[in-house]
Design a protein around this ligand. Structure first.
Ligand SMILES: [Zn+2]
Length: 435
């Protein structure tokens, strides 16, 4: 996914977790090296998703037919508030299993106000790369009792968690500072939190300009557009990823471009909550880094990066005309642009020296064929975006470790994770008083 690079037939040699060489390898180079047969497959840089809530995976199918603000107030926040340690772990484990099987190798996630450290544990055990952290909420309106706390308490807990994450993971998993959205936080929390997070070297990540109601409320309270308000409090810049950005003015586009702010496009979520269609073609023309995210199982209802790629291309066609966004641009959003949003230069492309994070996609299924091994690279890109599915991922490799082989996760207990998810969801619903 480097500029100008195209699909080529060949081998990829991994040494000590990094890509050592691309091309046709000699027998002398491969002797004694474990081999992953990828014939009939495309080998992509590991897919990256830059807007996810692992804590919401147990809520799959439980928050249907609602717009954003009612979805949050009546289902998602009460369910998040009902999480205990066991349900949070079960939710994150189910997400990690689904993500790895679908070829996702790195994530930027926003977790709930409590138990976020368990998600860090799960990410670490799963092998995924990324950044994560708790969400911040210091305004009670629209939140269940006890969910919002004082600005001081929110800052203290978040900074303490950020310090622990940064100390513990040394690069593979970093700290994400996640104010939930403009309406859930006081201006003081946004300003002070942003400064504190930058001191810790965090990635900054929030929701922005998602639904018309939300945007109208932000304007009522601040007199500004959502982007302008976040810019005003310091939440723009190359270390910031704003999820959604569905409704933007020309001035907002200039602000995002001028500050180097990243946008996480979440097309399934935008369709499910009826939020609208993001101006992806305008964002790309403005030079803004666009990456992709499935958001959460509560508004998607799956975490399949291939679905998001396909919808990115299709919806850009509806909004700006067919062909306005190329398959190549979609693949970049799911790989190198996602890595950039995470502030990572050691993943996102297939180049010697970078970490060997790879997504191996089987292109031999009837829904992808006919496609030969000598096919035009552009047709392979088209097949990956418009024909391939998460279920076509044959292998997922992270740091050179084959974590998924022949569609089986070796290092996680699939049946135990699924059984625990069912059991913990039953308990969660009873705690939340939802039938
Ligand atoms: Zn979200």
């Amino acid at each position: 996914m480097t500029p100008g690079a195209r699909a080529e037939k060949g081998d990829l040699l991994v040494r000590e977790g990094r890509i050592a060489r691309l091309g046709v390898l000699e027998a002398s180079e491969t002797g004694g090296v474990p081999c992953l047969d990828a014939s009939g497959c495309a080998v992509l840089p590991g897919l990256v998703q830059t807007h996810l809530h692992l804590c919401q995976t147990l809520f799959r199918g439980l928050a249907e037919g609602l717009d954003l603000l009612s979805w949050l107030a009546t289902r998602v926040l009460p369910l998040e508030a009902a999480h205990d340690e066991a349900s949070m772990r079960a939710s994150a484990e189910l997400a990690a299993l689904e993500l790895l099987l679908g070829g996702t190798t790195a994530v930027l996630t926003m977790e709930s106000v409590r138990h976020a450290e368990l998600v860090v544990d799960v990410l670490e055990a799963s092998g995924l790369h990324g950044a994560t952290g708790r969400c911040l909420v210091d305004r009670e309106e629209g939140a269940p009792a006890g969910f919002a706390r004082s600005k001081e308490a929110e800052l203290e807990e978040t900074v303490a968690l950020g310090r622990r994450i940064q100390a513990r993971h040394g690069g593979r998993i970093g700290f994400a500072f996640n104010p939930r959205f403009a309406l859930s936080c006081s201006e003081g929390l946004l300003r002070e939190g942003t400064l504190a997070a930058r001191e810790l070297g965090a990635r900054l990540h929030t929701h922005c300009a998602e639904s018309p109601h939300e945007i109208a409320r932000v304007r009522e309270e601040t007199g500004l557009s959502n982007v302008a308000y976040l810019h005003e409090v310091g939440l723009t810049g190359p270390d910031v990823t704003l999820a959604h950005c569905v409704h933007l003015s020309p001035e907002d586009l200039r602000t995002l471009a001028g500050t180097g702010t990243h946008v996480a496009h979440c097309p399934s979520s935008n369709l499910k909550l009826g939020s609208g269609i993001a101006p992806v073609s305008e964002l790309l023309h403005g030079g803004i880094g666009v990456s992709l995210g499935a958001d959460g199982a509560a508004c998607n209802n799956e975490l399949d990066a291939f679905q998001e790629m396909r919808l990115m291309g299709l919806l850009a066609g509806v909004r700006s005309g067919p062909g306005s966004v190329s398959p190549r641009q979609v693949l970049e959003a799911a790989t190198v642009k996602g890595a950039a949003a995470l502030g990572r230069r050691d993943v996102g492309t297939l180049e010697p020296g970078l970490r060997a994070n790879l997504t191996v996609v089987d292109l031999t299924g009837p829904h992808v064929q006919p496609l030969g091994e000598e096919e035009d690279p552009e047709r392979i890109e088209t097949a990956l975006v418009y024909s391939a599915r998460g279920g076509d991922v044959r292998a997922t490799v992270i740091d050179g470790r084959i974590l998924v082989r022949d569609r089986v996760v070796a290092h996680l207990d699939r049946e135990r994770i699924l059984a625990r998810a069912r059991e913990e969801r039953r308990r969660l619903l009873s705690r939340a008083g939802i039938s």
